[in-house]
Design a protein around this ligand. Sequence first.
Ligand code: GLU
Length: 467
Amino acid sequence: MTVCTRFAPSPTGYLHVGGARTALFSWLYARKQGGQFILRIEDTDLERSTPESVEAILEGMAWLGLDYDQGPFYQTQRFDRYKEMIDQLLEQGDAYYCYCSKQELDDRREQQRANKEKTRYDGRCRHLTEPRTGVEPVIRFKNPTEGDTVVHDLVRGDVVFNNGELDDLIIARSDGTPTYNLTVVVDDLDMGLTHVIRGDDHLNNSPRQLNIFKALDVQPPIFAHLPMILGSDGARLSKRHGAVSVMHYRDEGFLPEALLNYLVRLGWSHGDQEIFSTEEMIALFELEGVNKSASTFNPDKLLWLNQYYIKESTAIHIADHLEWHMAQREIDLNQGPALAEVVAIQQDRAKTLVEMADNSRWFYEEVTAYDEKAANKHFNQDAVAVLEDMMARLGGLPTWEAEPIHQQIKDCATTRELGMGKIAQPIRVAITGSTVSPSIDVTLKVLGKVRVMVRIASAINWIQDQV
Ligand code: GLU
């Protein structure tokens, strides 16, 4: 039997990190087992579903690299099939028309509350033989009233539900559109799902779905419900806790592998290992390793992982991702060195790609202004002499490499009996506009001789214009 898992988001917003964690675990399980991973868009709620949300989900999946073997399937394109299955349930007596009006249901619920009873549909239309006129009926599933339904959950073990506690749920609204529990069962059946891995907010739906599978006389999938993700205050992770959209993390300068690595540890562990490459995740992932208890989202740890991946990845790989951030800032990469070279000298310091992009602008754009504090401190007549001396020294270098550049700065410092900083800082302000750059020799090397010479000359002019 080929393992088949799915991610089945409702397109009513962006891709949330909790959803991405569900997608990741389902994807990992399929990949580990050499199975199939399906993307299904559950868009039957016509009022809340939007094409923008579908786009956001597809974009998030693509950015994370969670590729699917089948889909995306759209539930709105499968209404005929749902109707067929609803008709089948009606025909075999496992579903029935219910004519109770909203008002009647509300009144009864009120009464149940007053009697301190559990509020539920009382099943009174189960035995109707004649339709009621003037009311568009809904269709309800005839849930068993006796015995238990056991969800054999791979994470939580057996979870027992008393059938008497489960309502006769509505499977088609009065306008004929099918509801969630029905569509999920039909799809999971038709799409050959073997494992349903989803958030534990759906645990209560599972016995209902199992009963529908049973009524259809088919084998249900195996369930695994993932524990909740909490914010630092112990409440379910939501917008209140800050960024929860996957693409927001891209915008904030995170690498997808850092987010994936972070997400895989949210509710799953392999000993106390923290760093997992995607290949390793696939090799090691087991549903048995999923925790039963909720996990807490920790942005500091995610930042730490991001810094780790920025440092450890190849410069080319980082440059691929940084390119997007540079484009956001409308920086023309043709006006400076190869981006991978700019990355290579900054990998050790940057925590995010946003930070790296902001610090890389001057490699591609002329310095049009100097930071006031930096200029006040480092641009004076002494600096003019230093900069002129350095221009001559650098201009005479036969090769433009970090090592001879470093030697010239050192020699200049020795000759002038100055500390290295007194040489490096004015150069830094001249070429970057501020006092922040990677180590000066590699910075000059990467920026290129012509740009360095032009910028030092401009700085000298600027200083002289000040007096
Ligand atoms: N569409 C549901 C949701 O977004 C998931 C359904 C399921 O996994 O069964 O919460």
